[in-house]
Ligand binder design. Structure first.
Ligand code: MRU
Length: 361
């Protein structure tokens, strides 16, 4: 079997390698980046995407800003870092992991306390490395916690698979390694259950059809791609045990922003009595926002809808409205699985507790 994907890696001398997700699954093209402006541009154009992956990429972007600036003048280096932080944070608005990772590097004790340029450079890189390593470990723990959610007696044979609907891409590509919602599926598969996944194709950028399908194939997990509008039909006519999705930002009350179409899936799941689960690291929880309407929603170019790879799809001149995310109100979410355990409603309490536990781990 081909190895699981990895979204990014740090290589000597002072270079961030990104797997260019725009070209997947047809071409495996690695980008070698040394300029933080280019990191911000590749986040904005979805070469790297998925909330935890863009957080890690932005943290490495800050390290690049520090390492590729002269180290002789500490004050000038700190100014460069502050500028880079603004540029990187502005790349995409919805995933809070981006701002979280940038702030974490800036406020790291060793970054604040550095007495010279070389110490500041080393500290910024060390914090970025820690963010990347922790993300990979957190995803594996999240997958293990979720094993308690799956019904007994299903998944014991290929004829009786534990069956999921999954939206967007939340796998190794969307994180540093392993994945969040796809990590739950992967952990169930690795625990020995037979698993089957209906993969929402995820218009307009097809993260499901291109990326999730590619990851499941590599993992040897059986699946079928469906158009986004098919999930209601699938739940009505076939057995589905759970819908699982990731998150770009979870407000304090559990309202969850994720890829456009997630809300529709949650409504359809609710109508069919299918449990709807969100999986995310605690770095995706934004306790500073009380509820979903406060989450900034990115709107992307109309051409993402009206064209596919440059070829027109819609009537010439058709206008399009292209919100990249939606917000699922907490009431539609059965539970939120994090590396610090499963948060159940009422989320205002359980999410704050999960964040508290994670900060002590
Ligand atoms: O626009 P994208 O591809 O970055 O959107 C990604 C998603 O919506 C994911 O579901 C989310 O970031 C969680 S990824 C673990």
């Amino acid at each position: 079997m081909t190895e699981a994907y990895r979204s990014l890696e740090w290589i000597a001398p002072h270079t961030l390698r990104l797997l260019d997700q725009r070209a997947l699954p047809f071409e495996e093209r690695w980008l070698a980046l040394t300029d933080y402006h280019v990191v911000a541009a590749r986040i904005a154009d979805l070469a790297v995407r998925g909330a935890p992956a863009i957080g890690a990429a932005a943290a490495y972007g800050l390290a690049l800003a520090a390492l590729h600036a002269p180290d002789g003048d500490l004050a000038a280096l700190r100014r460069t870092l502050a500028e880079a932080a603004q540029t990187l944070k502005a790349a995409r608005p919805t995933a809070v992991n981006l701002a979280w990772a940038v702030e974490r590097v800036l406020s790291a004790e060793a970054v604040i306390g550095a007495n010279d340029g070389a110490a500041l450079q080393a500290a910024a890189l060390a914090e970025a490395q820690a963010i990347a390593a922790e993300d990979a470990a957190a995803n594996r723990r999240t997958g293990q916690h979720a094993l308690a959610l799956w019904p007994a007696g299903v998944g014991d044979s290929p004829a009786n698979p534990l069956t999921f609907i999954h939206h967007c891409n939340t796998g190794a590509l969307a994180t540093v390694e392993y994945g969040t919602a796809l990590g739950l599926i992967r952990a169930a598969h690795e625990s020995g259950r037979h698993v089957f996944v209906y993969v929402d194709e995820t218009r307009p950028r097809l993260q499901g059809a291109r990326l999730t399908a590619g990851e499941l194939k590599r993992l040897g997990i059986p699946f079928a791609v469906i158009v986004d509008g098919a999930s209601g039909y699938v739940m009505r006519t076939r057995t589905v045990h759970a819908c699982v999705v990731g998150a770009d930002r979870i407000a304090a009350n559990g309202d969850t922003a994720n890829k456009i179409g997630t809300y529709n899936l949650a409504l359809a799941a609710g109508a069919h009595g299918v449990p709807f689960y969100v999986a995310a690291p605690t770095s995706t929880i934004d306790l500073a926002l009380a509820d979903g309407p406060q989450i900034p929603i990115e709107e992307r170019a109309a051409e993402e809808i009206t064209h596919l790879a440059g070829a027109p799809l819609a009537a010439p001149g058709a206008a399009a409205f292209n919100p990249a995310f939606d917000v699922t109100p907490a009431g539609w979410i059965r539970a939120i699985v994090t590396e610090a355990g499963i948060a159940w409603p009422p989320y205002t309490q359980s999410l704050a507790e999960a964040v508290g536990r994670a900060s002590h781990e």
